[in-house]
Design a protein around this ligand. Structure first.
Ligand SMILES: Nc1nc2c(ncn2[C@@H]2O[C@H](COP(=O)(O)OP(=O)(O)OP(=O)(O)O)[C@@H](O)[C@H]2O)c(=O)[nH]1
Ligand SMILES: [K+]
Ligand SMILES: [Mg+2]
Length: 522
């Protein structure tokens, strides 16, 4: 008997993993029967330190340390005298909080002790908790892992949380917060739902052979013409003669096509989220003595590189992580580009060129008072002009041309050739023009890294890119499939990739890698 399309939708949705549901891995967190405790605030002397517990013995632990008092009201702070449960010795007067599960960060019973941050108080409370039966110290990331296991956070949200803890720039914080809010997960959930529906249509076709009857509505919805696409005799064999000779879901085909476009668009700027997470590669280049090292020192606000009037001072590539106008960047100082010097400098020039190829953004520096020199002209011809010509739409390497030493220009203003590409004037000596340069850098880096405040959520890890690519490849196989069973299998593989991106089945190794990033107490 025909079960109807929506039965199939429901069945397809019941597959091994449902990325759109916030289910967690389903697997219990390691040792989840135990109650764990840890210092959750930073190490060292501080005003207030937060110690927390998670697990079934949390309430008992709270009562043991605050005896003979009852548990405080849920989720509101209460002032309590903490005492060592064994000796009765007072440890601190502290704020305590009680979060009965499942309405807690981990989904389990949790307690928090906001104690004075002296090392003796903290170690006294930790030791007292260690003596409560059923409690043990937490491992790195164990609180978050339990939150994931109890479906409180999806895998992409866990990654967002890890990134938020490590965020060093404003843009990184914004991106991490969006991921923690589940935006990437929601996007994947929507895609997974589309795949589920497409799969249901394909399975409807498979089932149709078995069920020899079909709901009228399905045909009307355009569930037709599989066969014309497949064109193989293997798919001729429908038993009910009253039905179209061959059918496959046009609906599925069009859904898959739309999904392909969405995935492709997302993958095309896949590196942006990763750049934002780990820093864009900004390479400073130019002829010798243009002031490249001076600019690196100015932007990083520390003496990273040696500056001297001698051309050829910088030989090796010197890398320094900097916050450039709110964006994370890895700034590289390089050797001045010139030919025909000694072997050491030539090796430096080779490394400089190699680094230049890997740049997300090139900061090309010229001496504004020396633009007519052969080294400046050569640099303009070989590096600046080709890069500017190549990147009108912003897809390839981007370049900012900086004319340094503007303080050496005559008072009447620079006598610059009109053929010079767009540029910024700067003096590393006086700092004039720095604000303009930072603003230009902010705009460029927003293109290179993506604006974390607007647009669709970005892919922040190579893992995300891998699964989206896997999904796209499987959709390609779906389109090529000459067999309905293979087509359905391709859709299942595609959906499996989205599920793993989100944290469904078979992600134990990934979990280990991600949770390793967390500190104890988170
Ligand atoms: N007047 C003036 N001098 C500058 C400015 N910026 C750098 N200089 C000087 O220019 C010389 C070269 O500066 P560096 O920063 O070492 O130049 P570089 O491009 O790194 O040189 P190499 O590493 O040798 O290729 C030094 O004497 C700096 O003090 C500037 O804005 N104005
Ligand atoms: K120099
Ligand atoms: Mg230098």
């Amino acid at each position: 008997m025909w079960r109807g399309l929506w039965t199939l939708v429901a069945r397809a949705a019941r597959g091994p993993c449902r990325p759109c549901a916030r289910q967690g891995s389903g697997a219990p967190a390691p040792g989840s029967g135990a109650t764990i405790f840890a210092l959750s605030s930073g190490q060292g002397r501080c005003g207030i330190a937060v110690i927390r517990t998670s697990g079934p013995a949390s309430g008992h632990a709270l009562r043991s340390l605050t005896a003979p008092r009852e548990l405080p009201r849920a989720r509101s702070a209460s002032l309590r005298l903490l005492t060592d449960p064994r000796s009765g010795e007072p440890l601190d007067r502290a704020l305590v909080l009680w979060f009965p599960g499942p309405h807690s960060f981990t989904g389990e019973d949790c307690a928090e002790f906001h104690v004075h941050g002296g090392p003796a108080v903290v170690s006294g409370v930790l030791q007292a908790l260690g003596r409560v039966p059923g409690l043990r110290p937490a491992e790195a990331g164990e609180f978050t892992r339990r939150a994931f296991a109890h479906g409180k956070l999806s895998l992409t949200e866990v990654e967002g949380l890890a990134d938020l803890i490590h965020a060093e720039t404003e843009a990184q914080r914004r991106q991490a917060l969006r991921q923690l809010d589940g935006e990437l997960g929601q996007l994947c959930g929507g895609w997974a739902e589309t795949l589920t529906k497409a799969l249901a249509h394909v399975e409807a076709y498979i089932d149709f052979g078995e069920d020899d009857n079909l709901e009228e509505g399905i045909l009307e919805q355009g569930v037709l013409a599989w066969g014309s696409r497949l064109g193989t005799p293997a798919f001729q064999p429908l038993e009910a003669p009253s039905l179209p000779p061959l059918f496959l879901s046009c609906t599925a085909d069009s859904q898959v096509r739309e999904l392909e476009v969405a995935l492709d668009t997302h993958l095309r700027d896949a590196r942006r989220g990763q750049r934002l997470r780990s820093g864009a590669h900004v390479v400073v280049t130019g002829p010798p003595n243009a002031g490249k090292s001076s600019l690196v020192n100015l932007l990083s606000r520390k003496p990273v590189s040696i500056v001297s009037p001698e051309p050829g001072t910088t030989r090796d590539v010197l890398e320094t992580p900097v916050d450039l106008a709110g964006f994370p960047a890895l700034l590289s100082d390089t050797a001045g580009l010139r030919e025909g010097q000694g072997p050491v400098e030539q090796e430096g020039v080779r490394r400089a060129r190699e680094r230049l190829e890997q740049a997300d953004l090139i900061l090309a520096v010229l001496d504004a008072s020396d633009l007519a020199s052969p080294s400046s002209c050569n640099f303009l011809d070989t590096v600046v002009t080709p890069a500017v010509a190549r990147s009108p739409n912003g897809n390839s390497q981007r370049l900012l041309l900086v004319l340094n030493k503007s303080d050496l220009l005559p008072p009447g203003g620079p006598d610059l050739s009109p053929e010079l590409p767009p540029h910024l004037l700067l003096s590393c000596l006086t700092g004039e023009g720095l604000d303009g340069l930072l603003e230009a850098l902010r705009k460029e880096l927003a293109i290179v890294c993506g604006n974390p405040s607007t647009g669709p959520p970005l892919l922040t890890r190579a893992r995300h890119q891998h699964h989206l690519q896997g999904c796209l490849d499987a959709l390609g196989r779906y389109k090529q499939a000459t067999d309905v069973a293979l087509a359905a299998e391709a859709l299942r593989v595609a959906r499996g990739h989205l599920a793993r991106l989100h944290g469904g089945g078979g992600t134990e190794e990934i979990l280990d890698i991600i949770f390793r990033d967390f500190c104890v107490g988170k």
